[in-house]
Design a protein around this ligand. Structure first.
Ligand SMILES: [Fe+2]
Ligand SMILES: [Fe+2]
Length: 282
């Protein structure tokens, strides 16, 4: 059986997230024989949005396709790249006229075509979007027959909506991986129809934080309701994702496993001085 190994990374948060991808991804790709890397990078620019410069850096580190989420247009700088590059996709359930492509098909070095798309959930999400289930069906209808492998990033808050999407796409997508909550879940498995599924892969970023932001600032806000800037945190940086092995002929997943790689400062507690000096921003 000819297989492709697809690595899917969760939201890359700020400079710490970018650095851990830079440090750890090339070795991971080499050691695990990864054929394709998909990464959600909606938080890479200082915690919100992405720029063309940062997109190019991720490509140089070995990311093949970038997916996005609710923060996709936070930096307008990325919009021409979203229109021109086949290596970045916007959520497929936005308005037809929204900049960027709703899906892409790229070919691995081993010659296997793989489709990639992402979706926005609608439960507890602030960005208005169309029905993600219908949008996923539409994307799959557009796929040429020879494309058997397909990856979907389900960017959503509610685990119910993500699990439902996993079942909706079971047997039609090779991998459905959840993003947006920045917290990894323990439910990675291959569903009955052959879809590798996880509710959330977690973020690539600083875990000694609240979802990647300085915990002291978030706590001040949550305990007073007063505004405080939520700078990107710096401590306990990790790279998180899933690695799925997929039958290249049928597109069915053979296995899936969670990946969690500790960054160079994984044992370092939250460093307020670094954050104050802007190390956390990007
Ligand atoms: Fe995110
Ligand atoms: Fe998000």
């Amino acid at each position: 059986m000819r297989t492709v190994r697809i690595l899917c990374l969760g939201d890359i948060v700020g400079r710490p997230g970018r650095q851990v991808v830079h440090q750890k991804l090339p070795g991971l790709v080499r050691e695990r024989g990864v054929d394709l890397v998909v990464a959600n990078a909606e938080n890479i620019a200082g915690g919100s949005g992405i720029t063309t410069n940062l997109f190019n850096k991720l490509r140089a580190y070995g990311v093949d396709v970038v997916t996005l989420g609710d923060h996709l247009y936070r930096r307008a700088d990325i919009i021409p790249t979203m229109q021109n590059s086949e290596r970045i996709v916007r959520p497929a359930n936005l308005a037809r006229a929204a900049a960027g492509r709703p899906f892409t098909v790229v070919t691995t070095n081993s010659g296997v075509p793989v489709a990639v798309f992402c979706l926005l959930g609608r439960i507890y999400m602030n960005t208005p979007s169309d029905d993600p289930f219908a949008a996923a069906g539409w994307v799959l209808e557009q796929m040429p027959d020879h494309v058997r492998c397909c990856v979907c990033d389900m960017h959503a808050e509610a685990s119910s909506e993500k699990v439902a999407m996993g079942h909706w796409l079971d047997g039609r997508c090779s991998v459905v991986f959840g993003t947006h909550t920045h917290v990894p879940t323990a439910d990675a498995r291959v569903l009955a129809g052959g879809t590798a599924y996880i509710s959330d892969v977690g973020m690539c970023g600083p875990y000694d934080s609240v979802l990647g932001r300085r915990k002291d600032r978030v706590l001040k806000h949550m305990t007073t309701n007063m505004p405080f800037p939520f700078e990107v945190a710096t401590g306990d940086v990790r790279l998180c994702g899933v690695l799925a092995e997929v039958d290249a002929e049928t597109g069915r997943a053979v296995s899936v496993e969670r990946i969690e790689v500790l960054g160079g400062n994984a044992d370092q507690a939250y460093d307020a001085d670094d954050a104050r000096n802007g190390v956390g921003g990007d």
